[in-house]
Each structure stands twice: as C-alpha cells, then as structure tokens.
Design a protein around this ligand. Structure first.
Ligand SMILES: [Zn+2]
Length: 701
C-alpha cells in the first residue's frame, strides 16, 4: 500500500528473506529476504545514500505519481517496448558441492521468473477473487545472456570456484558484468546474514555499481534439483527489489508487527505483513490483505499488482542505477538475446573424431555453431573435393596426404559467424611410415606433438600430453600428463605414426612402460590402448587399465614423479593385426581427478612374456640420445648368449653392424661414432639376444 504517496519514478528496493540479527522464518522454516538489513547497513555507513533514498521516496507524492503516469503514457506512445526484456547472468560461486547447481536448475528458474512476471504462473488461478482484477502481467521478460561483456559466446551461466560461496556477502559478488547491460545474479552456498537472498533498490545501487544485482542461496533457485516449487519464487521477490519494490508492509524485516510502514504502492492494501499463508488475513484497516503478493513473506505468492507493475516499469525507464539501458535494442543485441537467436560462434566437426583419415577416403562435416540456427552454410575445404560447399552436411573426398584447413561461415537473419580451423584435417598416406620390426619410441627426440606423434585433446583447457625430462624409464625423457590439476573427465589422446606390421610373424605385442599414482584409493583414472586400421577414422579398443591396477606409485596426494622403480611394463596383444600394413596406436587417458601419468619405451615385438622378462634383465640403453657426437649402447646378458647389435635406417635398411658374436654374462658397452658412420637423422638400433629382438630409436643431430 501507499500511505503518503503513490509511485515515484526513482526508487531502490532490495529484497531478501532474512537477517543475521533477527532471522525471520516464514512458515515451514523458509528463510527470508535480507534486503532491508543490507540496505540499512549501507545507510548507517553512508548517510548520503540514505538521504537520497528518503528524498526520492518523499517525492513519491500523488502529484509525482500522476506526473509519472502521464509521462509513462507519453513514453508508451513513443513506442516503448510493451515487454521489457532483461538480459540476465547467473554467477555460480561454488566449491564443487551441491551449490554448483545444474544448468537445468537455472533454466528452470528462468522459466519461473518469466511465468511470474508475465502472469503465466499456474498458481495465478489460486489468487483470491478480491485480487484477481489487479493481478498484473508485468510484461517483463528475462533471457539468459548469450554474449559476455567481451562479445564471446556464453550460456549466461558463469561458474566460479571460490570459498566465498560460504558466508557470502557483497564480497562474494565475483566477476560482475556491467550492470547497465546485465542483471547479475550470484548463487551461493550460504549467506553470512542468514538470509535466503538480497538485492539493492536502485536508489542505493546507484552508488554501488559493482555490487548491484542479487545474491541468493542455491536452494532458492529453480524448482528442481536442490530447489523447490516453494522457494523458486524467491528470485521473483528479489528482482522486485531490484526494480524498486519494497516489502508490502514497508521498510522493515519484521512483518506482522505494526502498521507503521508503507510500500508506496497505491493498490496494495495497508498491511502488517505476513509470515504465514493466511488468505483471509486483514490488518491495518484493510478489508483483506494481499497475502499472496510476491513481496510478502507468506511463501504462497501468486501475483504482483498493477501498481507494483507500474512502479517496476517506472524503474526500468529511469537512469537511476542504469535500469533504463538493460532493455534497449542495442543492449539486447550486445548481450546476444535478440531474436532470431544470434549465431554467436561458428563451429563444426568431422566424421572422424581425431580428424584423420587415409588418402582416398571421405569425411562428412557437421555444423556445431552456438545459439542461433543457421539458414545458410558456406564451407571451404583446402585439399578436398569439392573445395567449397553450401550444404549443411557436406561429404568431402581427400586424394592427397597432407594437413589441411577447413572453414565455415554460417548465417541467419541475425547475422553470420565464421570458424577457420587451420591444420584441422590430417590425411595420412595409404602406406605406413615405419616398419614394425624396427619400430620403437623412447620420446628422446623433439617434443610432442611432432611429425610422428599427434595429440588429440577431447576436453581442451586442461593439461595434455607433453614431453618431460623430469622422469624416464630409460634415457632422459618420457611423455606425461600433469593430471593432478586436471578436472574430472578430461580426455587426452596420444596417437602414433603409422606402422607396417607385416614384417613380424607370429604373435605381435605392443610393450610400453607406464608410471602413475592414484590421488586417493577411489580415483579411477583410466589408460586405454586403441588401434586403427583406417588412419584414425575408427578405433578398436585393445586394453583398459584403471585405478589401482594402473598405479605403479600407490596413492599420492602430491604431484607424482616416478622413481626408477616406479615404472611398470604393460603389454598389449595385437593378435589379429599381423597383416595390417598401416596400423595406428592410440593411448587414451581419461581423468578421474587422480595424479600424473607417464609413458615411455614403446616397442613392438613378438612373444610378450619373453620380451617382458628378458628386457628387464637386458637393461638395453642408448645414451646420450639424441646425440650430436658419439653415443653409447649398453646392455646386459644373463648367460653366454649369441648377440647381434645392428643399426637400421627408417626404411629398414642396415647401415651398420656394431657387434655380432657370443658374449659372456655381464654388462656390455659399444660406442657408436657418428662421424664415421651416420648422417644426421633417425635410426633404429636393434639388439638381438638369441632370437629375441629389442629395438630403440636413435636420433643423430
Ligand atoms: Zn525482500
């Protein structure tokens, strides 16, 4: 009700449902709004803000209201929007608990807001008959921001990990977006004052742009997940404050006490205010109180009045706290909420998830652009046939091996967006680069990715495979993922060069060294080995190692760096692939929030058990490697054995025989002198002990 005046153009209002000193509970123990408390705290510390507030409320005389109403009608005639659309952003301040509510719960809250502010709420039918005629469609709509302040795509949900989610206050309002462009809502776990939420009325917010917006508990957002139907209207109440509404009983947080206050709205009956849902309640001389008002604490709200609608829409035409910029055509475009939905960022994928295929094969491309729906597509395919396309799902043939760019421009009635992906597609030769009988990899050469080894990062943003000098099973380097700081579910792949398997007869295995530690006994990080016979178009799983079965370093909470004894050899059978002329191997690591993983010494060889046992005894090493000068080959023999050491080039041609003959038990070393024998390049050194072969890559710089 409005006691001394009707509406005034400039008001601030805050709404929250509780306060620390006088925590007020509605029926069923629901928390209340803290707006009055925070506003009074601001007033105590800043008397000039209180002066401005009182001045503006004092102006809310009948004359002012009439003047406003007149001006509003004139403005309406100037084609002010019948519906004010407000871009809204939810900043979820969380520490990974239940307060990190789902996108679906936020979408549900936006649904609740739009139903409440458009009188589309199903509970509108429950409004008591005395108030049916003044229950208003406020003609205010909320849309999740689709562009952030920098023009980047967003879903309007901004997740921030911070302990400020606990005992939250204005200091918890992290990463606020400009309040003249967005309605900021910060969702938190607990609020210091004990309130369910609070906001600042425009006249107060005008002095505090960085904290303008709404702070609210995660359980009071949406009707699903951690929310409930009853609490889902708390944000409707708080936005009422944001748009200059006061509680129906006035400027206190103590409803049900007396009739001294007023909300300065002309059609809300005078009331003491309600903590319960007494639909026949009447106080302060009213025939019937509007207990079902969103600005009550009754927790059975169904309506705003026509007078409250006018006061909110007045606030939206006022420059106080920049409310009059939120709904402008320019701002709706800036925040990406205009319709048809803007094509915020173009994106696409190929039918090969690693974006690799053999020469002579085809790929299908699919649009993945954000937000809007394209109505036209313009593709270019470097190295492909066709070279351009306007299809939505083009099929492109690649005849020549190489690495190629792809670009896509999508358009619709709201504009266009372009994605250029350089070196996006790798077309592999139809013949393998390496011969399996001479193949090994110790990752001693150039860092990865390199001309041989590729990385596919399914979840960009975290740490992926890199070469490291901090640990090695042999030599001085290996490859690893600093997984300790990766989020759960990150997936990273390491893909080998192509290998011709036909030179090996009998059973074939991939052997490699792995080192890994769990972070806790329940972290189940996963390493999987796949092979592809079609240059990466599809992959077949050969082995899965996970959790404790993968761990070589036990459980460690600190960043794991393996010692020499914390490497284990794993062997993966390639039975069934002996006739493959062009095989690719892929190591996929899926994070479960555990610790670091390392790989080294990948070899392809014959019978697994023999390789495994003998290699551990032979301790076959080449060092330094890579080398610019001489290098040393060392190994052990466990009895008198027939031994050969030979060096081959990339295509398997023998370039040097280092030793051939019988050796007694013990350690043996042979020097390889670069200047005499080997030009700079990549070689394979093969150690044969009886009929077992071990191969290591040697790089001469
Ligand atoms: Zn409130």
């Amino acid at each position: 009700m409005k006691k001394f005046c009707l509406l005034s153009i400039l008001f601030l209002s805050l709404i929250l449902w509780s306060a620390s000193k006088n925590r007020v509970y509605a029926q069923d123990g629901y928390l209340h709004c803290g707006t009055t408390e925070v506003q009074n705290e601001i007033f105590r510390a800043n008397p000039h803000i209180k002066e401005e507030y009182l001045k503006q409320e004092a102006k809310a005389t009948l004359e002012d209201l009439q003047a406003f109403s007149k001006g509003y009608k004139e403005n309406d005639q100037k084609a002010l929007p019948p519906i004010y659309i407000i871009p809204i952003v939810f900043h979820i301040i969380h520490i990974g608990g239940a307060e990190n509510i789902s996108d679906a719960q936020i979408h549900d809250e936006v649904r609740v807001l739009n139903e409440d502010f458009r009188k589309l709420n199903s509970t509108s039918a429950n409004t008591v008959s005395a108030f049916q005629s003044i229950a208003a469609d406020c003609e205010i709509e909320f849309r999740l921001a689709q562009k952030d302040p920098n023009g980047n795509c967003t879903n309007g949900i901004d997740r921030i990990v911070s302990t400020l989610t606990n005992a939250a206050d204005d200091n918890s309002k992290l990463n606020g977006w400009p309040r003249d462009k967005y309605l900021n809502v910060w969702v938190v776990k607990t609020i210091a004052s004990g309130a369910a939420g609070y906001a600042y009325l425009p006249s107060t917010a005008a002095f505090m742009p960085s904290t303008d917006g709404i702070l609210i508990l995660s359980g009071y957002v949406g009707s699903i997940g951690t929310g409930s139907t009853t609490t889902s209207h708390a944000l409707t109440h708080e936005i009422g404050h944001f748009l200059n509404l006061k509680h129906t009983w006035g400027d206190t947080n103590n409803p049900g006490v007396d009739c001294s206050g007023s909300d300065n709205v002309n059609d809300t009956p005078p009331t003491e205010g309600w903590l319960t849902c007494n639909l026949s309640g009447a106080t302060c001389g009213s025939a019937l109180d509007n207990v079902q008002n969103y600005m009550e604490y009754s927790y059975c709200p169904t309506m705003y009045t026509a007078g409250q609608k006018t006061r909110m829409r007045t606030a939206l035409t006022s420059s106080t706290a920049s409310r009059n910029n939120l709904w402008t055509t320019n701002n709706l475009s800036f925040t990406g909420v205009s319709l048809p939905a803007v094509l915020c960022t173009a994106d696409f994928k190929s039918s090969s998830f690693t974006n690799t295929v053999c020469q002579g094969d085809s790929l299908t491309f699919t649009n993945l652009s954000w937000n809007g729906t394209p109505t036209s597509w313009s593709w270019t395919f470097q190295g492909g046939t066709p070279a351009t396309s306007t299809d939505s799902l083009p099929v492109v043939h690649y005849n020549t091996s190489g690495v190629y760019d792809v670009s896509l421009t999508v358009s619709n009635g709201s504009g266009s967006a372009t994605a250029n992906k350089t070196a996006f597609i790798t077309i592999n030769p139809s013949t393998a680069i390496y011969n399996a009988s001479f193949y090994s990899e110790g990752f001693e050469g150039s860092g990865i990715p390199n001309t041989d080894w590729k990385i596919h990062n399914q979840t960009p943003g975290g740490n992926t495979w890199v070469q490291t000098s901090t640990a090695a099973a042999s030599g001085s380097k290996s490859v690893m993922i600093t997984n300790l700081t990766n989020s759960d579910t990150f997936v990273d792949e390491l893909i080998s060069p192509s290998i011709d398997m036909t030179a090996i007869t009998g059973s074939i295995n991939i052997a490699f060294k792995v080192a890994y530690a769990q972070r806790s006994t329940t972290t189940n990080d996963k390493l999987q080995v796949y092979v592809s016979t079609n240059c990466g178009l599809s992959w077949n799983l050969r082995k899965t190692m996970t959790g404790a079965a993968l761990s070589t370093g036990g459980v460690q909470t600190a960043s794991f760096t393996p010692t020499a004894s914390q490497w284990a050899q794993q062997v993966v059978s390639l039975t069934g692939y002996t006739l493959q002329t062009n095989l690719f191997i892929m190591f996929r690591f899926t994070s479960n929030g555990g610790n670091n993983i390392y790989l080294d010494d990948i070899n392809i060889g014959g019978t697994a058990g023999m390789v495994d046992n003998l290699e551990n005894f032979t301790n076959f090493n080449i060092y330094p490697n890579p080398t610019e000068e001489n290098t040393m080959i060392s190994f052990n023999t466990i009895e008198k054995q027939k031994v050969e050491v030979k060096i081959y080039d990339l295509v398997g041609a023998e370039v040097s025989s280092v030793f051939s003959g019988d050796l007694n038990t013990g350690e043996h070393q042979y020097s390889i002198e670069k200047k005499n024998n080997l030009a700079p390049g990549v070689y394979f050194v093969t150690l044969s002990i009886d009929k077992q072969h071990f191969t290591k890559k040697l790089i001469i710089k």
